[in-house]
Unconditional design. Sequence first.
Length: 436
Amino acid sequence: MAFEIGRRQFLTAALGSSALTYGAVRARPVSAQVATSAKIVIIGAGAAGAALANRLSTRLDGAEITIIDARKRHLYQPGFTLIAAGLKPSGYSVTATSDWLPRSVNWIEEGAAEIDPEAKTVTTETGTTVGYDYLVVAAGLKLNYDQIEGMDVSLIGKDGIGSVYASPEAAEATWREMDRFTDEGGVGLFTRPATEMKCAGAPLKYTFLTDDYARRKGNRGKTEIVYAAHSKSLFGVPIVNEKVRMLYDERGFDTRYEHVMKAIDPGRKVATFATPEGDQEIPFDFTNIIPPMSAPDVVRNSPLPWADKWVGEGYVEVDPFTLRHRRYPEVFAAGDVAGVPKGKTAASAKWQVPVVEDQLVAQIEGREGEEVYNGYTSCPLITRVGRAMLIEFDYDNNLVPSFPGVIAPLEELWVSWLMKEIALKATYNAMLRGRA
């Protein structure tokens, strides 16, 4: 049986240290500065890009570091589920991009339009060409709502349509629709795309949360929960898949496998799915739509993606352990855009960034890097308000718990919930500053 520590003990141990993170409690080691005149360009000022900019600006003496990103807002995306559950306001996930970037970094407030790894240049949307000695692609993902016929972000919050991913405001609008649905009842339809996606546990946890709210209101008998899985499983790690399947069965969810949403009719409140038996329609009164995802166009249309993996999705062809490009050794990738088998969560980015830092600095110094990424991915899988399972795993689908004997990964625990609701944001902010 798992050992649950007391609230005061947990808060003292966990929240008292900004170095806490999933994967271990590890403060950033102090490394000697390296003198260099290298020109380093980072595409993307999200979690991975901002964290790396801070780490490199401290580590390198004399480097010219440029970060390219048009976004004025930095979005704490792990908070979107909490917003969509009515537990946080939309502003909870919003800060200014400028708040997280070191003053020594040159921030070009535009999007990248073209990457030329042969010429070692990046061209911005206004035509400015920036040369580099080293490039780090940390551009995140693109949400392709237009690949679902009839779907548009303007529909979120109307006619029973929700979507947690689009923005903090969309998450808040999703909460209003979910709150209404759990008052009135009907069919709740939950899905995930067939593409790679950020935080693959998010579709599962929002299904659990909707069920929990219906039960709390005494309206579960008026609702039907349908989960359309894109494949023959619910989660990519077999032991976790079996646990989730058992919980879905216990809570009376109607799970339909190999169903991929291809169209939605808001007027009729019907979604169409591609299945092995042909197209099938499922009616809904509320649905949480998760769009197909891919690398941003500037990456997908460049020479950097894999040619034989994730075809059409455009993820950067990197060595899974060093995160260095397999054909362009001066190019690296970190965060969601990296073409690795696991690792599209904020916790993954936290463990990828030090690897990129080490490998890039080692290349500047003419030596081999020492740090490697083992595929560490963390998913605080919420199963109801106040309970979660802290799922952590690596490339080989091994469970790699950070707190063995304290937090059992496959049990619904209060401490795992606190990791998601409170501890993670402090850790995330420390990561952005390059301190964790």
